[in-house]
Design a protein around this ligand. Structure first.
Ligand SMILES: Nc1ncnc2c1ncn2[C@@H]1O[C@H](COP(=O)(O)OP(=O)(O)OP(=O)(O)O)[C@@H](O)[C@H]1O
Ligand SMILES: [Mg+2]
Length: 495
């Protein structure tokens, strides 16, 4: 066990220096590399190189803050905050918060700050407790710690015996960031499906889903009032011109009696307001796409783009639990089987599924691994975060359970292939905006009728419509892999 004493009686200067060197391998390594380099090239060349590096870093930060933050900023910030903020004030604040103990010789023992990790919003302090302490000792004074470090809030995680992490929320980017609702688009270009605008991310950038390549199926989890409905309406609004043109067909299952999406009934190709009809809609959905699969397969079509002949079939299921948990065994069984089939088989032929649930548990979403994109809005329990986003994502800073209830629409979004989640907020679609949306889609002049006979699909002249996307690529392709920074696992561990 590490010695957490402030002053170690038996310490000699040599031992103290030795201990410092062992404890700071990065600082020692950097000095060991830089010193000979400076000697070799001369201090002027070294200074010029350092200056150029700082300039390059600053330009990168100005031009693309998110990637700078991902690859360099968070490391620098963690390092800087560790030394300039946490380490400098550690003893003072811990003594002030009464978080010290003493041993039999009267030496004062304090918890040890092992490392600091930093994301855009949160700092995490990894701490070894002092002898005689338990996590509750820290848990009882979290507010005092947060205030002392000028953080908005603090929370505690127990990592193991004698080890805890304290998460400090430094900022709330959405406090001051307006999230305007994009005006209803006119363009019916299919490429717009790759840029379904919904809101902004934590860096203030516009945020969009890519229904063509990356966000093929999306799972949304959020407690009641978290803003699931607003995300789904936002998505419908963003693809409205394509719905109007018949390039996107929406199959809506709203098992809450149509309370949430009944207002948009006219937008939908199929609409179900209860579980029995919901199952029928899914049955029909799968039979349409099965037929399309066979037709396109027989024609040897490999390249496809959604079109009026072979539309993107967007199945939206709000309150998934009503179809997979709180319903009869027969409905549940068949619905789960068909949904899993749809999630695995129809990506290449234009099947997209968006499902929303309050509880992302295994009972409700046994097929959650089949959604390449997961979005956690405010959830009721910490365990729901990893259930929705994946194992260990919460520990990396996706604290969806800590999204305040006065911030509906805020969420953490995690794509397959990305290690960390992105904090985003959807714009709010009010009732008037919904009315405007329905008006746009159903107004005279609609290019093709929203409800066309189902048989059209199986016999559609697919070659005309599906012209540019590689089917096999889509089917084989896992959603686009994002290149990671080498040493991603270690990168936030500073000093
Ligand atoms: N993006 C947003 N920005 C601002 N306010 C929002 C946003 N989304 C939702 N709200 C507010 O939160 C309320 C609840 O949102 P919503 O109905 O979308 O929640 P929900 O997750 O669908 O809840 P439930 O599970 O009960 O259906 C809305 O009436 C609105 O006032
Ligand atoms: Mg809802």
């Amino acid at each position: 066990m590490r010695d957490t004493r402030v002053e170690v009686a038996s310490s000699t200067p040599a031992r103290a220096v030795g201990r410092w060197l062992i404890k700071h391998p990065r600082s020692v390594g950097t000095t060991a590399v830089l010193t000979p380099a400076v000697v070799l090239v001369g201090y002027q060349a070294a200074l010029i190189t350092a200056g150029a590096a700082v300039l390059a870093g600053a330009s990168w930060r100005v031009l693309d803050a998110p990637t700078f933050d991902r690859f360099a900023g968070r490391l620098l910030r963690a390092w800087w905050r560790r030394w300039a903020v946490y380490h400098r004030q550690w003893l003072r604040i811990l003594v002030a918060c009464n978080l010290t103990t003493s041993d039999h010789k009267g030496a004062v023992l304090v918890p040890r700050l092992r490392r600091v990790r930093s994301t855009w919003v949160w700092d995490t302090l990894f701490i070894d407790l002092a002898k005689g302490q338990q996590p509750e000792d820290i848990g009882g004074v979290l507010d005092r710690i947060a205030n002392s470090f000028r953080a908005r809030s603090a929370s505690l995680r127990v990592l193991g015996p004698g080890r805890i992490a304290v998460d400090l929320q430094r900022r709330e980017p959405f406090d001051e960031m307006p999230i305007p609702l994009a005006p209803l688009a006119e363009s019916t270009a299919v490429e717009r499906l790759g840029q379904v605008e919904l809101g902004r991310d934590e860096y203030g950038r516009d945020f969009a889903l890519d229904l063509l390549k990356r966000d093929l199926h999306v799972l949304l989890a959020g407690a009641t009032g978290a803003g699931k409905g607003s995300w789904l309406w936002g998505l419908l609004r963003s693809v409205a011109p394509l719905i109007r043109a018949g390039v996107v067909r929406v199959w809506m299952i709203d098992p809450k009696g149509g309370m949430e999406f009944g207002a948009g009934r006219d937008l939908f190709h199929r609409f179900a307001a209860d579980d029995t009809t919901g199952l029928k809609v899914l049955r029909e959905y799968t039979s349409v796409l099965d037929a399309r699969k066979i037709v396109l397969g027989n024609q040897g079509v490999r390249a496809a783009t959604p079109s009026a002949e072979t539309p993107l079939e967007l199945l939206i299921c709000d309150e998934l639990a009503a179809m997979t948990a709180y319903t009869s065994r027969d409905i549940k069984g068949e619905f789960e089987t068909l949904l899993s089939k749809a999630l695995t088989q129809y990506r290449a032929v234009g099947g997209r599924i968006i499902a929303a649930t309050q509880e992302p548990t295994k009972d409700v979403v046994p097929m959650r691994g089949l959604f390449p994109t997961k979005i956690a809005l405010r959830v009721d329990q910490a365990s729901y975060v990893d259930m929705c986003l994946g194992e260990g994502v919460r520990d990396l800073g996706a604290f969806a359970d800590k999204i305040p209830d006065y911030m509906p629409g805020v969420a953490y979004l995690k794509r397959d292939g990305r290690r960390e989640a992105l904090r985003v907020r959807a714009a709010y679609t009010a009732d008037d905006d919904i009315a405007e949306l329905v008006e746009l889609v159903t107004s005279p002049g609609t290019v093709s009728p929203i409800r066309r006979p189902i048989g059209d699909d199986a016999t559609a002249p697919a070659r005309d419509g599906w012209a540019d996307t590689d089917f096999e690529d889509l089917e084989d392709d896992e959603p686009e892999e994002i290149a990671y920074f080498d040493g991603d696992d270690e990168d936030e561990e500073i000093a």
